[in-house]
Design a protein around this ligand. Structure first.
Ligand SMILES: Cc1cc2nc3c(=O)[nH]c(=O)nc-3n(C[C@H](O)[C@H](O)[C@H](O)COP(=O)(O)OP(=O)(O)OC[C@H]3O[C@@H](n4cnc5c(N)ncnc54)[C@H](O)[C@@H]3O)c2cc1C
Length: 403
């Protein structure tokens, strides 16, 4: 992937972004708009078309609004009218919560998106802005010199860039090459998550996001359209290290043996080829997010885990703050990178603490806890308290006072 001497080498606006996910694409767009010359490389061979469902609001919405992406986000629709916590037989523990109530409490700034929806919106904007995204390429080695960062790619080509960003997710390659092995930074929270899309026929989830809980294990079902749903399983388990692909479904089935509602049945009926996502709930905690001309962003340096429900928001915030600080300091990374880290790292640390605490609520540990929780949830999802509840849970953008 040698871009030739006209743009490579010592050009002082050239930027390589490793990772074409939410953080990487957001950064590519913003840097291009500020006069940089970014290239994004992505390990996957093409844009993903499937992905787990996400709540999108707060900080993520704020960045999307600043980037003019809200219209595209509002065009994404899923048939989700209500939120329902259901019991063993699928009956609600308390009356369904209309999603419209949540949306109103957030001034209409709320959407369900799949990760691939957001990536597609960002990819389309990146393409329109002229940001090259090269699929099927990774970094093999990196060396920083006085004049730039020399990178060798998996296809054997090499090039030099002024700056390098690692936006390559929780198992970041840039982090491993330049900051140290993952084991130095990972904090396993004691949970696993598995998710896939399946035909919803026969499961009768209607137009509700349905949540079924038992001590130590939960299932979230999102309707995707009239025929299909997204099933997300979260469960407590000791660290098992990396589990090979072919063993994942059997492992999840084992964890949900005897589970109520449709939790066990869906796993029995899903074909093994369908398991699209499986990972441990592992946060990334680092003492520094940058080194010389190289900086990390998104999950690569501050993974919150799905338990926070705000990882995509903070990934976009990271990109926004990096581009803003580079602009503020006239492109001088020696001042911009510490400013980025100084502003965002404490905010990410706070959200990581919140996620650790929240984990015990999302995956209850006893029947008694569940009973009291439903009473509490019924109250906090009421018209009276929902605004205050969402205020605690990330409704306010971390960038609201950031200019
Ligand atoms: C099940 C689940 C539910 C979630 N729910 C929510 C939610 O409700 N709300 C929310 O805001 N967040 C949610 N999140 C978190 C959110 O998805 C992440 O925090 C967010 O995607 C982080 O963005 P990122 O760009 O840093 O990393 P990623 O989205 O992981 O993107 C990293 C990219 O880098 C690529 N890559 C990896 N390695 C390499 C390499 N060596 N070279 C080149 N490319 C590479 C990957 O293929 C990927 O495209 C959820 C996460 C999960 C797993």
């Amino acid at each position: 992937m040698n871009r030739g001497s006209d743009v490579g080498g010592t050009g002082d606006r050239t930027v390589l972004i490793s990772g074409g996910g939410i953080a990487g694409l957001t950064l590519g767009i913003l840097l291009k708009e500020n006069g940089w010359d970014p290239i994004v490389i992505e390990r996957d061979p093409a844009m993903r078309t499937e992905g787990y469902m996400m709540d999108f609001f707060g900080t993520g919405w704020d960045v999307a609004e600043r980037m003019g992406l809200v219209r595209d986000i509002r065009e994404v629709h899923y048939p989700i009218d209500n939120l329902e916590y259901v019991d063993h037989n699928g009956n609600p523990h308390f009356p369904a919560v209309p999603i419209e109530r949540v949306r109103r409490a957030l001034d209409g700034k709320y959407a369900y998106l799949s990760r691939s929806d957001l990536e597609r919106i960002l990819f389309d904007r990146a393409s329109a802005a002229g940001v090259p995204v090269r699929f099927g390429i990774t970094i093999r080695s990196v060396q920083e010199t006085d004049s730039g960062v020399q990178v060798t790619f998996s296809d054997g080509m090499s090039d030099t860039f002024h700056l390098l960003f690692g936006a390559d997710g929780v198992h970041s390659r840039v982090r491993a090459l330049l900051f140290g092995q993952e084991s130095q930074f990972d904090r396993f929270l004691g949970y696993y998550v598995a998710g896939f899309h399946i035909p919803s026929h026969g499961y009768d989830i209607g137009r509700s996001l349905k949540i079924y809980e038992e001590p130590g294990r939960v299932l979230w079902c999102y309707p995707l359209d009239e025929r299909c749903m997204d099933a997300m399983y979260i469960f407590r388990h000791d660290d098992i290290g990396r589990l090979p692909h072919e063993k994942r479904l059997a492992f999840v089935r084992e964890q949900f043996t005897g589970a109520g509602w449709i939790a066990e049945r869906v796993l029995q009926e899903v074909p093994s080829s369908e398991l699209i996502y499986f990972d441990s709930m592992t946060q990334i905690v680092m003492s520094a997010w940058h080194k010389g001309r190289i900086a990390l962003l998104g999950d690569a340096c501050g993974c919150l885990t799905p338990l926070a429900g705000q990882g995509s928001h903070m990934a976009m915030a990271g990109a926004y703050v990096i581009s803003r600080e580079l602009e503020r300091y006239g492109g001088d990374h020696r001042r911009a990178f510490p400013a980025y880290e100084g502003f965002l790292k404490p905010l990410v640390a706070k959200k990581q603490d919140d996620a650790r605490r929240l984990a015990r609520q999302i995956v209850p540990s006893s029947g008694l806890q569940m009973t009291t929780r439903y009473l509490l949830l019924r109250m906090i999802y009421s018209n009276l308290f929902i605004g205050r509840f969402l205020g605690v849970f990330g409704a306010k953008s971390v960038l609201s006072d950031y200019t």
